[in-house]
Ligand binder design. Structure first.
Ligand SMILES: CC(C)(COP(=O)(O)OP(=O)(O)OC[C@H]1O[C@@H](n2cnc3c(N)ncnc32)[C@H](O)[C@@H]1OP(=O)(O)O)[C@@H](O)C(=O)NCCC(=O)NCCS
Length: 153
């Protein structure tokens, strides 16, 4: 299993027991699983369909760093099933395990769309492409350009 992202547990991520709030953790995992699946399935329209039983094994406190790991456990026709483990970097303990997160690739109409893949790629060859557009100039740069034009006259 590869551990991709790390998070720092901040005051806004705590529950009333002053440990990591489960809702924050699930939000991070869902985002991690979505990003992973988008890159593997080559489709930005990839959504979470199903999560199996979620087992909060231990917790984390403010200031702790956690890391999130994902592993593909099944390649379907339109779906990808992941296993997730989150662990506390400082204690080495697992915080949560989710055996199955099913992500589904969709078409423009929101219907499941076959992705055509059956193995993980590490080459980023499936990353959805965007046309590169020029960044607009910063406001100060624009002002400078206008001033130059003015003095040039
Ligand atoms: C994703 C969605 C289009 C799937 O619709 P559906 O009618 O279940 O589609 P299908 O029955 O064809 O299933 C699609 C895939 O999901 C899998 N799947 C569906 N329900 C599942 C479940 N309960 N457990 C595991 N896998 C499931 C199917 O096996 C299929 O995989 P495969 O093509 O690789 O074999 C639809 O349920 C939906 O839009 N859900 C909301 C998704 C969403 O908005 N998520 C964001 C979080 S709220």
């Amino acid at each position: 299993m590869n551990f991709h992202s790390r998070k720092w547990v901040k005051p806004e991520d705590l529950n009333a027991n002053l440990t990591l709030f489960g809702g924050s953790l699930l939000r991070w995992i869902d985002e991690e699983a979505a990003i992973y699946s988008i890159i593997q399935l080559g489709n930005e329209r990839t959504v979470t369909k199903y999560m199996s039983e979620i087992n909060f094994v231990s917790s984390a406190r403010q200031g702790d760093i956690i890391e999130m790991g994902l592993e593909v456990v099944h390649w379907g026709t339109t779906s990808l099933t992941l296993k997730a483990v989150v662990r506390n970097v400082f204690t080495g303990e697992n915080i949560i395990t989710i055996d199955k997160i099913v992500m589904v690739s969709l078409d423009e109409d929101g219907n499941p769309k076959p992705h055509g893949y059956s193995s993980v790629s590490y080459k980023r060859d499936r990353v959805p492409h965007r046309l590169v557009t020029r960044r607009p100039k910063e406001p100060q740069a624009l002002e400078a350009t206008m001033d130059e034009t003015h003095f040039g006259r």
